[in-house]
Design a protein around this ligand. Structure first.
Ligand code: HAM
Length: 424
């Protein structure tokens, strides 16, 4: 036998049994975002490498260690997107969407990071992003956070919200100086990554994934002590607006996020039910990114959730996969009955458009009925010699009590229409 080809490590197939929860999350998101006036955008999976270097930052884990970067046949350096914010900004600039305009956008799709795979951390994973471009006002930070809170209500999951303000780049200059001073004095305790980042990007040390750095980081100066007054007022306003609509949060002065483009508000929704990968949804303000990528000064804010982590949390919270089986499973015994059922099924699908109907495979009556039951179907539609002779069909409820009934086609349409909700 030929050797089996293995999947790429950290890249998962999403199987049909998992589909119901994925579809539920995707439809909940689409409906909610549209209600708040956010419109969908789709950007390519591949971008010029330079886009991510310039936006996420040269000295971040993502750019230094995690990107899938390669040269294409023209010799261009391309990267499989590790996140979507930079791509969305690039798409807005490429298509002139920001000329004196504000945009409220969302997108969904696979992202790629060469991380060490474990529960909740994959090399291909899926994000849903929501971004408001051209909005400086704290109401929009609050609106985006409220949207996420509404989504958790819809999906029946619970998380806690942590927030912080990173201030403006100017206010961070003094803070960075204080960090260089603090970590510089403890240089011998720093790991290699931190030493490299010390001069050029000391805030990244705070975000280190190395547990050995934790104690050192815990004692470091906090950003709140260096915040400019406008950023402080902005943050206060975001907090007040959230309190006004009863969205709870805690301020975590250590929250800095792993990407360099953030300014002012940053936040993460955290769950303690998922093991080490506890951040389910994260984001913040990135007022400098558009100009960094060649556009005009454009204040922006947004977030992204990890779909795999949301679904993991839904399962932990008691969702059973949501797979309910079809409405009808057709049991047809004998070649004439099978031929008859093929056309009957098509007529039924046409008359009851929302109906889900599955044709069983051939076999004895008992075996087919067993398969009908196993499929999770609500009804078995049975056609054998008796039904053919009578010119009728038998319906057998599989999930509730009730006798098998012999009905004609129109009666069946009426009954299924009543159950499924539509007929034509
Ligand atoms: P991020 O924190 O890097 O932010 O990722 C956002 C979310 O994606 C995380 O909270 C997590 O749920 C999920 N995620 C990240 N890496 C993985 C992975 N390897 N496996 C599974 N899930 C993962 C960003 O990407 C920003 N672009 C968010 C943003 C949007 N900021 C402003 N707008």
């Amino acid at each position: 036998m030929a050797e089996l080809i293995q999947p790429v490590r950290g890249m998962n197939d999403i199987l049909p049994d998992e589909e119901a929860l994925w579809a539920l999350v995707e439809s909940a998101v689409a409906e909610l975002f549209e209600r708040y006036g956010y419109r969908r955008i789709r950007t390519p999976v591949l971008e010029k490498t330079e886009l991510f270097r310039r936006s996420i930052g040269e000295l971040t884990d993502i750019v230094e260690k995690e990107m899938y970067t390669f040269q294409d046949r023209n010799g261009d350096s391309l990267t499989m997107r590790p996140e979507a914010t930079a791509s969305i900004v690039r798409a807005c600039l490429s298509n002139g969407l920001l000329h004196n305009q504000q945009r409220k956008l969302w997108c969904s799709g696979p992202m790629f990071r060469h991380e060490k795979p474990q529960r909740g951390r994959y090399r291909q994973f899926h994000q849903i992003n929501i971004e408001a471009l051209g909005h400086a006002e704290p109401e929009v930070d609050a609106e985006l956070i409220v949207i996420s809170a509404r989504l958790w209500e819809k999906l029946g999951v619970r998380m806690v919200l942590e927030m912080n303000s990173l201030g403006t780049p100017e206010s961070r200059t003094n803070y960075k100086r204080a960090l260089v001073d603090y970590f510089g004095k403890r240089r011998s305790d720093l790991d290699a990554d931190s030493i490299r980042r010390l001069e050029r990007n000391p805030m990244r040390i705070l975000d280190s994934k190395n547990p050995a750095m934790r104690e050192l980081v815990a004692e470091a100066p906090v950003l709140a002590d260096y915040l400019d007054s406008e950023s402080r007022d902005h943050f206060e306003c975001v907090k007040t607006l959230l309190s006004d609509v009863d969205v709870g949060f805690t301020v975590n002065p250590r929250l800095v996020r792993g990407l360099d483009y953030y300014t002012r508000t940053v936040f993460e929704w955290i769950s303690d039910a998922l093991g080490a990968q506890s951040a389910v949804c994260s984001g913040g303000r990135y007022d400098g990114l558009v100009s960094q990528l060649g556009g005009n000064e454009t204040p922006c804010v947004g977030w992204a959730l990890g779909v795999e982590r949301v679904i993991d949390l839904m399962r932990v919270s008691g969702w059973d996969g949501g797979d309910t089986g079809p409405d009808v499973y057709v049991v047809a015994v004998g070649s004439e009955a099978r031929r008859k059922c093929f056309s009957t099924a098509e007529r039924l699908r046409a008359r009851v458009p929302d109906l889900t109907l599955v044709m069983g495979r051939p076999g004895g009556f008992k075996a087919q009925l067993r398969r009908a039951d196993k499929s999770g179907a609500r009804y078995a539609l049975i056609v054998g010699d008796d039904e053919l002779a009578a010119g009728k069909l038998s319906v057998k409820p599989l999930r509730e009590d009730g006798a098998q009934q012999l009905v004609d086609f129109d009666e069946l349409v009426t009954r299924l229409g009543r159950e499924v909700g539509t007929t034509q």
